[in-house]
Ligand binder design. Structure first.
Ligand code: NAD
Length: 488
Protein backbone atom coordinates (compact mmCIF):
# COMPACT_ATOMS: atom_id res chain seq x y z
CA UNK A 1 0.00 0.00 0.00
CA UNK A 2 1.29 3.46 -0.93
CA UNK A 3 1.58 5.66 2.12
CA UNK A 4 0.35 9.25 1.86
CA UNK A 5 2.89 12.05 2.09
CA UNK A 6 1.47 14.97 4.07
CA UNK A 7 1.57 18.48 2.64
CA UNK A 8 2.13 21.92 4.09
CA UNK A 9 -0.63 24.54 3.83
CA UNK A 10 0.77 27.81 2.60
CA UNK A 11 -1.00 30.79 1.04
CA UNK A 12 -4.34 29.02 0.98
CA UNK A 13 -3.27 25.77 -0.66
CA UNK A 14 -1.79 22.41 0.20
CA UNK A 15 1.66 21.93 -1.31
CA UNK A 16 4.18 19.15 -1.19
CA UNK A 17 7.39 20.14 0.53
CA UNK A 18 10.51 20.12 -1.63
CA UNK A 19 12.44 18.35 1.09
CA UNK A 20 13.86 14.87 0.55
CA UNK A 21 13.64 14.21 4.26
CA UNK A 22 10.46 12.50 5.49
CA UNK A 23 9.58 10.69 8.70
CA UNK A 24 7.08 7.86 9.13
CA UNK A 25 4.01 8.54 11.23
CA UNK A 26 3.44 5.39 13.29
CA UNK A 27 0.16 3.98 14.60
CA UNK A 28 1.20 3.19 18.20
CA UNK A 29 -1.23 0.26 18.43
CA UNK A 30 0.19 -1.59 15.41
CA UNK A 31 3.67 -0.06 15.02
CA UNK A 32 2.87 0.38 11.29
CA UNK A 33 3.55 3.53 9.29
CA UNK A 34 0.28 5.25 8.36
CA UNK A 35 1.61 8.35 6.59
CA UNK A 36 4.82 10.28 6.01
CA UNK A 37 5.53 13.75 7.33
CA UNK A 38 7.96 16.15 5.64
CA UNK A 39 10.75 17.77 7.60
CA UNK A 40 10.29 21.03 5.74
CA UNK A 41 13.11 23.18 4.43
CA UNK A 42 14.22 26.41 6.08
CA UNK A 43 13.38 28.24 2.86
CA UNK A 44 9.80 26.95 3.19
CA UNK A 45 9.56 28.29 6.75
CA UNK A 46 10.81 31.64 5.51
CA UNK A 47 8.33 31.66 2.66
CA UNK A 48 5.42 30.78 5.02
CA UNK A 49 6.34 33.66 7.31
CA UNK A 50 6.79 36.15 4.45
CA UNK A 51 3.40 35.23 3.02
CA UNK A 52 1.79 35.58 6.46
CA UNK A 53 3.44 39.00 6.89
CA UNK A 54 1.97 40.18 3.60
CA UNK A 55 -1.47 38.79 4.44
CA UNK A 56 -1.38 40.56 7.82
CA UNK A 57 -1.63 43.99 6.19
CA UNK A 58 -5.14 43.20 4.91
CA UNK A 59 -6.25 40.81 7.66
CA UNK A 60 -5.79 43.30 10.50
CA UNK A 61 -8.15 45.65 8.69
CA UNK A 62 -10.94 43.06 8.50
CA UNK A 63 -13.43 44.01 11.26
CA UNK A 64 -13.21 41.67 14.25
CA UNK A 65 -16.88 40.72 13.87
CA UNK A 66 -16.10 39.48 10.36
CA UNK A 67 -12.90 37.74 11.46
CA UNK A 68 -14.80 35.60 13.97
CA UNK A 69 -17.27 34.73 11.21
CA UNK A 70 -14.66 32.25 9.91
CA UNK A 71 -14.43 30.71 13.38
CA UNK A 72 -18.18 30.13 13.55
CA UNK A 73 -17.85 28.26 10.24
CA UNK A 74 -14.84 26.30 11.50
CA UNK A 75 -16.74 25.31 14.62
CA UNK A 76 -19.64 23.98 12.57
CA UNK A 77 -17.34 22.08 10.20
CA UNK A 78 -15.46 20.54 13.10
CA UNK A 79 -18.68 19.42 14.70
CA UNK A 80 -19.85 17.86 11.43
CA UNK A 81 -16.53 16.04 10.99
CA UNK A 82 -15.88 15.11 14.59
CA UNK A 83 -16.13 11.36 14.04
CA UNK A 84 -13.58 11.35 11.25
CA UNK A 85 -11.22 13.62 13.19
CA UNK A 86 -11.53 11.51 16.34
CA UNK A 87 -10.61 8.38 14.35
CA UNK A 88 -7.56 10.16 12.94
CA UNK A 89 -6.45 11.12 16.47
CA UNK A 90 -6.87 7.54 17.71
CA UNK A 91 -4.90 6.16 14.77
CA UNK A 92 -1.89 8.42 15.10
CA UNK A 93 -1.90 9.06 18.86
CA UNK A 94 -3.32 5.81 20.27
CA UNK A 95 -5.88 7.17 22.74
CA UNK A 96 -9.39 5.69 22.76
CA UNK A 97 -12.07 6.96 20.42
CA UNK A 98 -14.04 8.55 23.28
CA UNK A 99 -10.89 10.28 24.56
CA UNK A 100 -10.26 11.60 21.05
CA UNK A 101 -13.81 12.93 20.82
CA UNK A 102 -13.51 14.49 24.26
CA UNK A 103 -10.40 16.46 23.29
CA UNK A 104 -12.16 17.70 20.16
CA UNK A 105 -15.07 18.86 22.32
CA UNK A 106 -12.56 20.93 24.30
CA UNK A 107 -11.25 22.30 21.00
CA UNK A 108 -14.80 23.32 20.04
CA UNK A 109 -15.06 25.18 23.37
CA UNK A 110 -11.88 27.11 22.56
CA UNK A 111 -13.24 28.15 19.19
CA UNK A 112 -16.51 29.24 20.83
CA UNK A 113 -14.60 31.32 23.39
CA UNK A 114 -12.54 32.97 20.65
CA UNK A 115 -15.81 33.82 18.86
CA UNK A 116 -16.31 36.24 21.77
CA UNK A 117 -13.24 38.24 20.71
CA UNK A 118 -15.31 41.28 19.62
CA UNK A 119 -16.08 41.81 23.31
CA UNK A 120 -12.88 40.36 24.77
CA UNK A 121 -10.61 42.59 22.70
CA UNK A 122 -12.28 45.85 23.76
CA UNK A 123 -10.07 48.47 25.36
CA UNK A 124 -11.07 51.09 27.92
CA UNK A 125 -10.97 54.86 28.31
CA UNK A 126 -11.32 57.87 30.59
CA UNK A 127 -13.00 61.04 29.43
CA UNK A 128 -11.50 64.15 31.12
CA UNK A 129 -8.59 62.28 32.70
CA UNK A 130 -7.12 65.80 32.86
CA UNK A 131 -8.56 69.14 31.76
CA UNK A 132 -9.86 68.69 28.17
CA UNK A 133 -7.85 65.46 27.90
CA UNK A 134 -9.23 62.01 27.14
CA UNK A 135 -7.25 58.78 27.28
CA UNK A 136 -8.00 55.49 25.50
CA UNK A 137 -6.51 52.04 25.43
CA UNK A 138 -6.75 50.04 22.20
CA UNK A 139 -5.64 46.47 21.57
CA UNK A 140 -3.89 45.90 18.25
CA UNK A 141 -2.73 42.58 16.74
CA UNK A 142 0.99 41.74 16.87
CA UNK A 143 1.56 40.54 13.29
CA UNK A 144 2.67 36.98 12.57
CA UNK A 145 2.59 34.53 15.47
CA UNK A 146 3.57 30.85 15.66
CA UNK A 147 2.52 27.82 17.70
CA UNK A 148 4.53 24.64 18.27
CA UNK A 149 2.48 21.77 19.68
CA UNK A 150 3.04 18.33 21.30
CA UNK A 151 1.85 14.83 20.43
CA UNK A 152 -0.61 14.16 23.22
CA UNK A 153 -3.56 16.38 22.19
CA UNK A 154 -3.30 16.71 18.40
CA UNK A 155 -6.83 18.13 18.09
CA UNK A 156 -7.21 20.30 21.18
CA UNK A 157 -3.87 22.03 21.62
CA UNK A 158 -3.57 23.70 18.19
CA UNK A 159 -7.04 25.07 19.00
CA UNK A 160 -5.74 26.71 22.18
CA UNK A 161 -3.94 29.11 19.84
CA UNK A 162 -5.21 29.34 16.27
CA UNK A 163 -8.72 30.72 16.96
CA UNK A 164 -7.58 33.48 19.34
CA UNK A 165 -4.56 34.42 17.25
CA UNK A 166 -6.53 35.01 14.07
CA UNK A 167 -9.59 36.49 15.80
CA UNK A 168 -7.26 39.15 17.26
CA UNK A 169 -6.14 40.02 13.71
CA UNK A 170 -2.81 38.16 13.59
CA UNK A 171 -1.61 35.77 10.93
CA UNK A 172 -0.65 32.35 12.20
CA UNK A 173 1.87 29.57 11.57
CA UNK A 174 1.37 26.11 13.14
CA UNK A 175 4.16 23.55 13.53
CA UNK A 176 2.43 20.47 14.92
CA UNK A 177 4.20 17.49 16.48
CA UNK A 178 5.83 15.41 13.75
CA UNK A 179 4.54 12.32 15.59
CA UNK A 180 0.84 13.26 15.09
CA UNK A 181 0.69 15.58 12.06
CA UNK A 182 -2.38 14.04 10.38
CA UNK A 183 -4.93 15.66 12.70
CA UNK A 184 -3.54 19.14 11.98
CA UNK A 185 -3.61 18.42 8.24
CA UNK A 186 -7.29 17.47 8.56
CA UNK A 187 -7.96 20.55 10.67
CA UNK A 188 -6.45 22.78 7.98
CA UNK A 189 -8.60 21.10 5.32
CA UNK A 190 -11.62 22.24 7.33
CA UNK A 191 -10.12 25.69 7.83
CA UNK A 192 -9.68 25.91 4.06
CA UNK A 193 -13.40 25.16 3.61
CA UNK A 194 -14.26 28.24 5.70
CA UNK A 195 -12.87 30.46 2.92
CA UNK A 196 -10.35 32.09 5.26
CA UNK A 197 -8.29 34.57 3.20
CA UNK A 198 -5.01 33.22 1.85
CA UNK A 199 -1.97 33.56 4.09
CA UNK A 200 -3.88 34.09 7.34
CA UNK A 201 -3.09 30.58 8.62
CA UNK A 202 -0.20 28.35 7.51
CA UNK A 203 0.70 24.78 8.44
CA UNK A 204 4.32 23.77 8.25
CA UNK A 205 5.48 20.29 9.18
CA UNK A 206 8.87 19.48 10.60
CA UNK A 207 10.95 18.92 13.70
CA UNK A 208 13.59 20.83 15.68
CA UNK A 209 15.04 22.54 12.61
CA UNK A 210 11.68 24.08 11.70
CA UNK A 211 11.16 25.10 15.34
CA UNK A 212 14.55 26.83 15.42
CA UNK A 213 13.83 28.61 12.15
CA UNK A 214 10.54 29.92 13.57
CA UNK A 215 12.19 30.99 16.82
CA UNK A 216 14.88 32.95 14.99
CA UNK A 217 12.73 34.42 12.23
CA UNK A 218 12.55 38.22 12.53
CA UNK A 219 9.06 38.19 10.96
CA UNK A 220 7.52 36.32 13.91
CA UNK A 221 6.40 38.41 16.89
CA UNK A 222 5.19 35.77 19.36
CA UNK A 223 5.55 32.05 19.98
CA UNK A 224 3.22 29.70 21.83
CA UNK A 225 4.74 26.37 22.81
CA UNK A 226 3.46 23.20 24.50
CA UNK A 227 5.72 20.22 25.18
CA UNK A 228 8.28 18.81 27.58
CA UNK A 229 10.02 21.04 30.14
CA UNK A 230 13.55 20.97 28.68
CA UNK A 231 12.22 22.01 25.26
CA UNK A 232 9.82 24.56 26.81
CA UNK A 233 12.73 26.23 28.57
CA UNK A 234 14.81 26.19 25.43
CA UNK A 235 12.00 27.64 23.28
CA UNK A 236 11.29 30.35 25.86
CA UNK A 237 14.88 31.52 26.05
CA UNK A 238 15.61 31.28 22.32
CA UNK A 239 12.39 33.17 21.49
CA UNK A 240 13.24 35.86 24.06
CA UNK A 241 16.79 36.13 22.71
CA UNK A 242 15.36 37.23 19.37
CA UNK A 243 12.95 39.68 21.02
CA UNK A 244 9.77 37.63 20.79
CA UNK A 245 6.92 37.33 23.24
CA UNK A 246 6.65 33.69 24.39
CA UNK A 247 4.31 31.45 26.38
CA UNK A 248 5.92 28.07 26.94
CA UNK A 249 4.02 25.24 28.60
CA UNK A 250 6.14 22.39 29.93
CA UNK A 251 5.82 19.01 31.60
CA UNK A 252 4.29 18.04 34.93
CA UNK A 253 4.21 15.69 37.89
CA UNK A 254 0.80 16.21 39.44
CA UNK A 255 -0.11 15.14 42.96
CA UNK A 256 -3.53 14.36 44.38
CA UNK A 257 -4.22 14.25 48.14
CA UNK A 258 -6.88 11.93 49.56
CA UNK A 259 -8.22 12.89 53.00
CA UNK A 260 -9.74 10.34 55.42
CA UNK A 261 -13.24 11.82 54.92
CA UNK A 262 -13.22 11.35 51.11
CA UNK A 263 -15.69 9.04 49.36
CA UNK A 264 -13.14 6.29 48.57
CA UNK A 265 -15.13 4.39 45.99
CA UNK A 266 -15.76 7.47 43.89
CA UNK A 267 -12.31 8.97 44.55
CA UNK A 268 -10.45 5.82 43.49
CA UNK A 269 -12.39 5.80 40.19
CA UNK A 270 -11.68 9.50 39.58
CA UNK A 271 -7.98 9.17 40.48
CA UNK A 272 -7.61 6.04 38.31
CA UNK A 273 -9.18 7.91 35.39
CA UNK A 274 -6.82 10.83 35.95
CA UNK A 275 -3.71 8.62 36.21
CA UNK A 276 -4.48 6.06 33.49
CA UNK A 277 -6.83 7.91 31.08
CA UNK A 278 -5.06 8.74 27.79
CA UNK A 279 -2.48 6.14 28.97
CA UNK A 280 -1.21 8.73 31.47
CA UNK A 281 -0.10 10.97 28.61
CA UNK A 282 -1.85 14.09 29.87
CA UNK A 283 -0.04 17.06 31.36
CA UNK A 284 -2.80 17.10 33.99
CA UNK A 285 -2.60 13.37 34.79
CA UNK A 286 -2.31 12.45 38.47
CA UNK A 287 1.05 10.74 38.88
CA UNK A 288 1.48 10.94 42.66
CA UNK A 289 -1.32 10.10 45.13
CA UNK A 290 -0.89 10.92 48.83
CA UNK A 291 -3.38 9.26 51.18
CA UNK A 292 -3.64 10.99 54.56
CA UNK A 293 -3.89 8.89 57.75
CA UNK A 294 -6.75 6.38 57.74
CA UNK A 295 -7.44 7.03 54.05
CA UNK A 296 -4.49 4.84 53.12
CA UNK A 297 -5.66 1.20 53.53
CA UNK A 298 -9.11 1.63 51.94
CA UNK A 299 -7.99 3.95 49.15
CA UNK A 300 -4.97 1.83 48.18
CA UNK A 301 -7.11 -1.29 47.87
CA UNK A 302 -9.78 0.49 45.78
CA UNK A 303 -7.10 2.04 43.57
CA UNK A 304 -5.32 -1.28 42.99
CA UNK A 305 -8.66 -2.78 41.87
CA UNK A 306 -9.36 0.12 39.51
CA UNK A 307 -5.83 -0.13 38.03
CA UNK A 308 -5.76 -3.88 37.50
CA UNK A 309 -9.25 -4.07 35.99
CA UNK A 310 -8.83 -1.31 33.38
CA UNK A 311 -9.30 -2.76 29.86
CA UNK A 312 -6.26 -1.96 27.68
CA UNK A 313 -6.26 -2.36 23.89
CA UNK A 314 -6.81 -0.76 20.50
CA UNK A 315 -8.51 2.61 20.89
CA UNK A 316 -11.13 1.97 18.19
CA UNK A 317 -12.27 -1.35 19.73
CA UNK A 318 -15.38 -1.42 21.93
CA UNK A 319 -14.92 -1.62 25.67
CA UNK A 320 -11.29 -0.44 25.62
CA UNK A 321 -10.57 2.26 28.23
CA UNK A 322 -6.85 2.72 27.61
CA UNK A 323 -4.73 2.64 24.46
CA UNK A 324 -0.97 2.33 23.90
CA UNK A 325 1.70 4.90 24.70
CA UNK A 326 3.06 6.88 21.79
CA UNK A 327 6.24 4.96 20.87
CA UNK A 328 8.58 2.07 21.54
CA UNK A 329 11.05 4.48 23.12
CA UNK A 330 8.34 5.86 25.36
CA UNK A 331 7.34 2.35 26.51
CA UNK A 332 11.00 1.47 27.21
CA UNK A 333 11.51 4.73 29.15
CA UNK A 334 8.37 4.20 31.27
CA UNK A 335 9.29 0.60 32.07
CA UNK A 336 12.82 1.61 33.02
CA UNK A 337 11.49 4.36 35.32
CA UNK A 338 9.26 1.75 37.00
CA UNK A 339 12.37 -0.37 37.61
CA UNK A 340 14.21 2.64 39.02
CA UNK A 341 11.28 3.23 41.39
CA UNK A 342 11.50 -0.34 42.63
CA UNK A 343 15.27 -0.01 43.03
CA UNK A 344 14.61 3.10 45.16
CA UNK A 345 12.46 1.07 47.57
CA UNK A 346 8.94 1.22 46.08
CA UNK A 347 6.74 -1.87 46.09
CA UNK A 348 4.91 -2.80 42.88
CA UNK A 349 1.26 -2.86 43.98
CA UNK A 350 0.16 -3.30 40.35
CA UNK A 351 2.72 -4.13 37.64
CA UNK A 352 1.73 -3.13 34.10
CA UNK A 353 5.01 -3.94 32.36
CA UNK A 354 5.30 -6.37 29.47
CA UNK A 355 1.68 -5.91 28.35
CA UNK A 356 0.73 -7.70 25.10
CA UNK A 357 -2.63 -7.14 23.42
CA UNK A 358 -3.95 -9.95 21.23
CA UNK A 359 -4.02 -8.93 17.58
CA UNK A 360 -1.77 -5.93 18.35
CA UNK A 361 1.37 -7.75 19.46
CA UNK A 362 3.67 -5.00 18.11
CA UNK A 363 1.77 -2.18 19.85
CA UNK A 364 3.40 -0.01 22.52
CA UNK A 365 1.21 -1.05 25.42
CA UNK A 366 1.90 -0.53 29.13
CA UNK A 367 -0.88 -1.46 31.56
CA UNK A 368 -1.79 0.68 34.60
CA UNK A 369 0.93 0.45 37.22
CA UNK A 370 0.89 1.46 40.90
CA UNK A 371 4.13 1.97 42.81
CA UNK A 372 3.74 2.00 46.57
CA UNK A 373 5.98 3.97 48.92
CA UNK A 374 9.74 4.19 48.62
CA UNK A 375 11.46 7.54 48.91
CA UNK A 376 9.33 10.52 47.78
CA UNK A 377 12.62 12.18 46.82
CA UNK A 378 13.67 9.32 44.47
CA UNK A 379 14.41 10.34 40.89
CA UNK A 380 11.62 8.09 39.59
CA UNK A 381 9.08 9.91 41.77
CA UNK A 382 10.26 13.36 40.75
CA UNK A 383 10.55 12.65 36.99
CA UNK A 384 7.60 12.92 34.63
CA UNK A 385 6.77 9.37 33.43
CA UNK A 386 4.20 10.46 30.88
CA UNK A 387 2.70 6.98 31.06
CA UNK A 388 0.06 5.09 33.09
CA UNK A 389 1.99 4.97 36.36
CA UNK A 390 0.87 6.28 39.75
CA UNK A 391 3.15 6.49 42.81
CA UNK A 392 1.19 6.09 46.04
CA UNK A 393 2.35 7.50 49.39
CA UNK A 394 0.99 7.85 52.88
CA UNK A 395 1.12 11.12 54.90
CA UNK A 396 0.32 11.69 58.59
CA UNK A 397 -1.43 15.03 58.11
CA UNK A 398 -2.65 17.46 55.46
CA UNK A 399 0.35 19.66 56.28
CA UNK A 400 2.76 16.82 55.49
CA UNK A 401 0.83 16.04 52.27
CA UNK A 402 0.99 19.68 51.11
CA UNK A 403 4.73 19.75 51.85
CA UNK A 404 5.18 16.77 49.56
CA UNK A 405 3.02 18.38 46.85
CA UNK A 406 5.13 21.55 47.05
CA UNK A 407 8.45 19.70 46.95
CA UNK A 408 7.90 19.02 43.23
CA UNK A 409 9.79 21.11 40.72
CA UNK A 410 6.58 21.22 38.64
CA UNK A 411 3.37 23.13 39.34
CA UNK A 412 0.81 22.23 36.71
CA UNK A 413 -1.97 20.76 38.85
CA UNK A 414 -2.70 19.60 42.40
CA UNK A 415 -5.99 18.17 43.68
CA UNK A 416 -7.55 17.30 47.01
CA UNK A 417 -10.35 14.84 47.73
CA UNK A 418 -12.29 15.66 50.88
CA UNK A 419 -15.69 16.58 52.29
CA UNK A 420 -14.19 19.29 54.50
CA UNK A 421 -14.39 22.88 53.30
CA UNK A 422 -11.60 23.84 55.71
CA UNK A 423 -9.22 21.19 54.33
CA UNK A 424 -10.13 22.21 50.77
CA UNK A 425 -9.47 25.86 51.54
CA UNK A 426 -6.12 25.15 53.21
CA UNK A 427 -5.08 23.12 50.17
CA UNK A 428 -6.28 25.70 47.67
CA UNK A 429 -4.42 28.41 49.59
CA UNK A 430 -1.11 26.61 50.14
CA UNK A 431 -0.60 24.24 47.19
CA UNK A 432 2.00 25.54 44.75
CA UNK A 433 0.31 24.76 41.44
CA UNK A 434 -1.55 26.95 39.00
CA UNK A 435 -4.50 24.60 38.39
CA UNK A 436 -6.15 23.31 41.58
CA UNK A 437 -8.83 20.62 41.82
CA UNK A 438 -11.20 20.02 44.72
CA UNK A 439 -12.74 16.56 44.22
CA UNK A 440 -11.61 16.80 40.57
CA UNK A 441 -9.11 14.39 38.98
CA UNK A 442 -8.13 16.41 35.92
CA UNK A 443 -8.46 20.09 36.84
CA UNK A 444 -8.36 21.32 33.25
CA UNK A 445 -9.43 24.97 33.03
CA UNK A 446 -12.36 25.48 30.66
CA UNK A 447 -11.81 27.82 27.71
CA UNK A 448 -12.72 31.12 29.45
CA UNK A 449 -10.00 30.51 32.09
CA UNK A 450 -6.23 30.55 31.61
CA UNK A 451 -4.35 27.24 31.58
CA UNK A 452 -2.28 28.30 34.56
CA UNK A 453 0.84 26.13 34.93
CA UNK A 454 3.44 27.28 37.49
CA UNK A 455 7.10 26.56 38.24
CA UNK A 456 8.80 24.19 35.73
CA UNK A 457 5.43 23.63 34.04
CA UNK A 458 5.27 27.09 32.49
CA UNK A 459 7.64 29.78 31.29
CA UNK A 460 6.11 33.15 30.51
CA UNK A 461 3.50 35.52 31.89
CA UNK A 462 0.29 35.16 29.91
CA UNK A 463 -1.15 31.65 29.62
CA UNK A 464 -3.18 29.96 26.90
CA UNK A 465 -6.99 30.40 26.65
CA UNK A 466 -9.52 33.04 27.59
CA UNK A 467 -8.57 36.62 28.40
CA UNK A 468 -4.90 35.72 28.75
CA UNK A 469 -4.91 34.59 25.12
CA UNK A 470 -6.36 37.90 23.97
CA UNK A 471 -3.70 39.79 25.94
CA UNK A 472 -0.94 37.54 24.63
CA UNK A 473 -1.97 38.05 21.01
CA UNK A 474 -2.38 41.83 21.21
CA UNK A 475 -0.27 44.88 21.88
CA UNK A 476 -1.76 47.69 23.95
CA UNK A 477 -1.74 51.20 22.56
CA UNK A 478 -2.62 54.14 24.79
CA UNK A 479 -3.81 57.33 23.14
CA UNK A 480 -3.92 60.65 25.01
CA UNK A 481 -5.99 63.33 23.27
CA UNK A 482 -6.45 67.03 23.92
CA UNK A 483 -9.46 68.65 22.24
CA UNK A 484 -10.00 72.00 23.97
CA UNK A 485 -13.68 72.83 24.27
CA UNK A 486 -14.61 75.77 22.08
CA UNK A 487 -15.38 78.85 24.24
CA UNK A 488 -18.68 79.79 22.50
P1 NAD B 1 8.28 17.53 23.02
O1 NAD B 1 8.88 18.58 23.87
O2 NAD B 1 9.10 16.36 22.66
O3 NAD B 1 7.78 18.16 21.63
C1 NAD B 1 6.92 19.27 21.56
C2 NAD B 1 7.19 20.04 20.28
O4 NAD B 1 8.53 20.53 20.30
C3 NAD B 1 7.04 19.21 19.01
O5 NAD B 1 6.38 19.97 18.04
C4 NAD B 1 8.49 18.91 18.61
O6 NAD B 1 8.67 18.85 17.21
C5 NAD B 1 9.26 20.10 19.16
N1 NAD B 1 10.60 19.73 19.63
C6 NAD B 1 10.98 18.54 20.19
N2 NAD B 1 12.27 18.59 20.55
C7 NAD B 1 12.73 19.82 20.21
C8 NAD B 1 13.99 20.46 20.33
N3 NAD B 1 15.04 19.85 20.88
N4 NAD B 1 14.11 21.72 19.88
C9 NAD B 1 13.04 22.36 19.35
N5 NAD B 1 11.83 21.79 19.20
C10 NAD B 1 11.66 20.54 19.63
O7 NAD B 1 6.93 17.09 23.76
P2 NAD B 1 5.98 15.86 23.40
O8 NAD B 1 6.65 14.59 23.79
O9 NAD B 1 5.43 16.01 22.04
O10 NAD B 1 4.76 16.14 24.40
C11 NAD B 1 4.70 15.65 25.71
C12 NAD B 1 5.13 16.70 26.71
O11 NAD B 1 4.30 17.85 26.59
C13 NAD B 1 4.98 16.23 28.16
O12 NAD B 1 6.10 16.66 28.89
C14 NAD B 1 3.72 16.94 28.63
O13 NAD B 1 3.64 17.14 30.02
C15 NAD B 1 3.83 18.23 27.89
N6 NAD B 1 2.54 18.89 27.77
C16 NAD B 1 2.33 20.02 28.52
C17 NAD B 1 1.11 20.65 28.49
C18 NAD B 1 0.88 21.88 29.31
O14 NAD B 1 -0.13 22.54 29.11
N7 NAD B 1 1.76 22.23 30.23
C19 NAD B 1 0.08 20.16 27.67
C20 NAD B 1 0.33 19.01 26.91
C21 NAD B 1 1.57 18.38 26.98
Amino acid sequence: MKIQRLENYIEGRFILSETTSYRDVIDPATNHAISRVPLSLLSEVDSAVQIASRAFKEWRRVPVTNRVGYLFKLRNLLEQNIDDLARTITKECGKTYSESRAELERGLESIAEACGTPSLIQGYNNEDIAGDIDEHLFRQPLGVVAAITPFNFPGMIPLWFLPYAIACGNCFVLKPSERVPMTSSRLFELLHETGLPKGVAQLIHGDKQVVDALLDHPGIRAVSFVGSTPVAKYVYSRAAASGKRAQSNGGAKNAVVIMPDADFELTSKIVAESAFGCAGQRCLAASVAIAVGDAFPVFSEALADAASSRPVGYGLDDGVLMGPVISDQSKARIESLIEQGVAAGAELLVDGRGKKVQGYEDGHFVSPTVLLGGSPMAEAVRTEFFGPVLSLFRARSIREAIEQVNSSAFGNMASIFTQSGAAARQFRYQAEAGNIGVNIGVAAPMAPFPFSGWKESFFGDLHAQGRHAIEFYTETKVVVERWPTASN
